[in-house]
Design a protein around this ligand. Structure first.
Ligand SMILES: CC(C)(COP(=O)([O-])OP(=O)([O-])OC[C@H]1O[C@@H](n2cnc3c(N)ncnc32)[C@H](O)[C@@H]1OP(=O)([O-])[O-])[C@@H](O)C(=O)NCCC(=O)NCCSC(=O)C[C@@](C)(O)CC(=O)[O-]
Length: 302
């Protein structure tokens, strides 16, 4: 199949990237990161989560972060909302999109959101209904679509089951997440094929962690299926608090470099993106976890 000519990247760095940081990151720094990402051309940014501050302390400032954004027209700002309490809190911040997040594995669902898959769907259904009634786009994300830290390999049938349930309650988009980065191209394609039984090609995206260095290969494998929407995290920030040892998402810089090399448009300015990644990495006191960012920064410093 011909590769898509355009790809939409959602930068999940401010949310997925920072949620696991041990030291508090001030709201002002998170806001500055979002601003740098939009200045670099990102048109979809996952800003924060309205979850329990006892579970994920780093996201306790969700309202402050949303309130502090200098919004650019044409940018979609998303927030995670696991239940009605989160959705109601999110409304004040006027998100363009809310994200419900469940799992293909029972054990991960329990660890991450403290309920079974069936219970999670019951919690999500009123969120989807309320969001859609207000014209807010609803994306569902399915964790552990390839492998689970507690249950091991996940069969495509499980992916299909979650996709069916998410579709039934009215989610408009499904993100297929390889939470612990164990997917390899064919396995990820099989998970996508299962998701595509219930969501059209234009309503499916990939969310690949790079724990085993497979994320770019997995992205290419999905591009070959025509999938044109992906999550990525600036500077490769991140990891899920309930998936021990899992590293961050694939670095946005690495995906952008690959896509541009393939002649695929993203609308993103790689240099400005590298600057955004350096900004947050400097704040965190580490180097960007991106081969491309490292190469660009080395080249700049001669
Ligand atoms: C989902 C809950 C809230 C259920 O948590 P629960 O304990 O089952 O909920 P509950 O309804 O029994 O309430 C218990 C307490 O939490 C409060 N509460 C209840 N809901 C909320 C809310 N929305 N916002 C703020 N507070 C909330 C509620 O008010 C109460 O407070 P208390 O009376 O004890 O003081 C909890 O398990 C939680 O917050 N989990 C954190 C999940 C999370 O953020 N995980 C990381 C993001 S997912 C991810 O990273 C994966 C992804 C998306 O990137 C894809 C991938 O790579 O796999």
């Amino acid at each position: 199949m011909q590769l898509p000519s355009k790809v939409k990247l959602v930068d999940v760095g401010p949310r997925d990237g920072l949620q696991n940081e041990k030291e508090p990151v001030p709201a002002a720094v998170k806001i500055a990161l979002v601003h740098r990402l939009q200045d670099a051309g990102l048109r979809d940014i996952e800003v924060t989560s309205h979850v329990s501050p006892k579970w994920v302390p780093q996201m306790a400032d969700a309202a402050e972060v949303m309130a502090g954004l200098a919004r650019q027209p044409g940018v979609r700002y998303s927030v995670l909302t696991p239940n009605m309490k989160g959705f109601e809190a999110a409304l004040q911040g006027k998100p363009d999109e809310v994200v419900i997040f469940g799992a293909a594995s029972e054990a991960f669902s329990q660890r991450n959101i403290n309920c079974s898959i069936a219970e999670s769907i019951e919690r999500f259904a009123p969120v989807v209904e309320a969001a859609r009634a207000k014209g807010i786009h609803v994306r569902a994300v399915m964790s552990t679509a390839v492998g689970c830290p507690y249950e091991g390999e996940i069969a495509p049938e499980r992916v299909e089951m979650f996709a069916r349930l998410a579709r039934q309650i009215g989610a408009q988009h499904l993100g297929v997440a390889d939470t612990i980065g164990v997917g390899t191209p064919r396995k990820v394609q099989r998970a996508m094929e299962a998701a595509l039984k219930h969501f059209e090609l234009d309503a499916v995206s990939g969310h690949f962690h790079d724990t085993y260095g497979q994320a770019l290969a997995n992205t290419l494998a999905c591009l070959q299926m025509g999938i044109w929407q992906y999550d990525a995290s600036v500077a490769g920030l991140g990891g899920c608090p309930y998936a021990k040892g899992a590293t961050g998402n694939v670095a946005t810089e690495d995906v952008v470099f690959m896509l541009h090399g393939l002649g695929i448009e993203t609308g993103i300015d790689l240099d400005k993106l590298v600057d955004a990644g350096k900004f947050i990495s400097d704040f965190l006191g580490r180097k960007p976890n991106s081969r491309v960012a490292t190469a660009v920064l080395n080249k700049r410093s001669g």
